[in-house]
Ligand binder design. Structure first.
Ligand code: TXE
Length: 483
């Protein structure tokens, strides 16, 4: 299939068949809004219910299939994604707007994740224990949860679906995948590969459409035993209330307001690199973005001066241009929100250092310059998730003050520290109230074979990724036998 034809007719995949939707939607290239990337079929409630029924009927057969069969399917999917990473990366860059190297790396990550879970299908954990009663044998085994609804965001349109779909299938669940509305072509491309991997009809379904209709139908349905969601805090909380009330398993990955602490003993250039990477790459549209830069007084002014200098040379432009380091904002409404944040930060008295302007480029797109503020801990720009290329600096008197500032947030996803002090690095790793810590590394940028997730308002439910994914995608059964 030629790449240019790929997104033009993105259809639903329900019960092993490609279906048209009830209405049609369109996705645009944020680097050049004249370009339509995909026309896609939008489902309604009844089409989503068809997918749920198909998934429920198909699940037992898949759940009882051999681990080898599941491993082979996942391995085939992973191999094809890896083999087509350049082509799929270009599609991702065109639809989401991250730079081409970032997009190709994300696609490769998606492929690696499928390969990882191909191996995990063969290693489904279990335990055998001695009973407290004579002659009794006890074992603990893991079984699939059943039908899993996967509700994905737009900012990692290949990797996030992969790290939900792959473990769901590896452990014998059936899946209904709902991509975000801004990135249907990416969701469809992934589904198209999965559709050719010899899964029984109904085990994997793609349903595109609105969150309120398609997503909500998944959340409400008593036949969907588990919901894995990544997105905004408001939507996550709504999902939790509904799904938990009907006793579904729920896993939520929501926002972050991740601190990067820089101590006076840090390697300054390395710290500025971490800040630049963590705060602004992928246009700041990452839940792990370093949006609070907490700088010890002794190095504060030098850090801000150097960061400002480095920001001035960042190249913002079309996602597929070779020189571009920062692509456009994903769409007009996110751009409007970012600009509103710039106005809010100024209005509440944060000191504007640089950036935050609309940029004109040869193609019409959602371009803005990365912005930096000197803020106070109580400013909203220092407390709420922005989800754009906007970061703020907070001044800390010393390490203890920096740690207190780092933890002074309703979020708890990731926290980083730049220091040459082993003592402070170790203390920070232990005392940061987050799910992930980084020492001399940006807060964004994680491995796929270890747990991903946070504490406090950032996450809910078991961690994603690595072998810890089994906690969510399986349920345990304890067996007793008198031998
Ligand atoms: O998120 P939503 P949106 C944050 C970021 C961004 C904001 C809005 O701050 O500006 O969220 O983005 C589906 N029942 N993040 O509107 O609404 C929806 O269709 C079931 C942070 O994209 O949370 C999409 O597939 N599903 C985040 C998914 O939920 C529903 C990444 C996420 O959409 C639904 C993305 C409903 N009632 C945005 N309503 C991160 N932490 O990485 C919507 N959806």
């Amino acid at each position: 299939m030629k790449f240019g034809e790929l997104p033009q007719n993105a259809r639903q995949y329900i019960n092993g068949r490609w279906d048209t939707g009830v209405t049609t939607g369109i996705s645009h290239n944020p680097s050049d809004t004249r370009e339509v990337v995909a026309e896609y079929a939008r489902a309604d409630r009844s089409q989503t219910e068809l997918a749920i029924r198909a998934a429920a009927e198909a699940q037992p057969q898949w759940g009882y299939s051999t681990p080898q069969r599941r491993a082979d399917v996942l391995d085939q999917i992973g191999s094809e994604i890896l083999a087509r990473k350049a082509e799929l990366g270009l599609l991702l860059a065109r639809e989401e707007g991250k730079t081409l190297p970032e997009a190709v790396a994300e696609v490769a990550r998606a492929g690696q994740i499928f390969k990882f879970f191909a191996g995990e299908a063969l290693r489904t954990p279990g335990e055998s224990l001695a009973s407290i009663r004579p002659g009794v044998h006890v074992d603990v085994s893991r079984e699939p949860v059943g039908v899993v609804g996967i509700i994905a965001p737009w900012n990692f349109p290949m990797a996030i679906p992969a790290w939900k779909i792959a473990p769901a299938l590896a452990y014998g669940n059936s899946v209904i995948f709902k991509p975000a509305e801004l990135v249907p072509a990416c969701g469809w491309a992934l589904a198209e590969i999965i559709s050719r991997a010899a899964l029984p009809a109904g085990v994997f379904n793609l349903v595109m459409g609105s969150g309120r209709e398609v997503g909500q139908t998944l959340v409400d349905s008593p036949r969907v035993q588990a919901i894995s969601f990544t997105g905004s805090v408001a939507t996550g909380e709504r999902i939790l209330q509904t799904a938990a009330a009907r006793r579904a398993k729920v896993q939520l990955e929501m926002g972050g307001k991740n601190p990067l602490v820089v101590l006076a003993d840090a390697d300054l250039e390395q710290a500025v690199d971490c800040a630049l990477q963590g705060a602004y790459f992928s246009t700041g549209q990452r839940c792990t973005a370093s949006s609070r830069l907490i700088i010890e007084a002794g190095v504060h002014d030098a850090f801000v001066a150097r960061l400002r200098q480095r920001m001035a040379s960042l190249k913002v432009g079309h996602a597929v241009d070779r020189d571009t380091q920062i692509g456009p904002v994903v769409d007009q409404s996110q751009l409007d929100e970012n600009l509103a944040w710039i106005a809010t930060a100024k209005a509440e008295g944060a000191e504007h250092v640089v950036g935050g302007e609309l940029l004109k480029r040869p193609t019409p797109g959602h371009y803005m310059s990365p912005a930096l503020f000197l803020a106070k801990p109580e400013h909203r720009v220092a407390r709420e998730e922005v989800f754009g290329p906007i970061a703020c600096v907070l001044r800390a008197d010393n390490y203890e003050h920096a740690l207190a500032l780092a933890n002074d947030t309703p979020f708890g996803l990731c926290a980083g520290i730049c220091t040459t002090s082993l003592k402070h690095a170790m203390h920070f790793k232990r005392h940061a109230e987050v799910g992930m810590t980084m020492v001399n590394l940006p807060t964004a940028g994680v491995d796929y074979h270890v747990p991903f997730g946070g504490r406090k308002g950032s996450s809910y439910g078991p961690r994603e990724q690595g072998r810890y994914a089994a906690e969510f995608y399986t349920t345990v059964k304890t067996g007793y036998m008198l031998a």
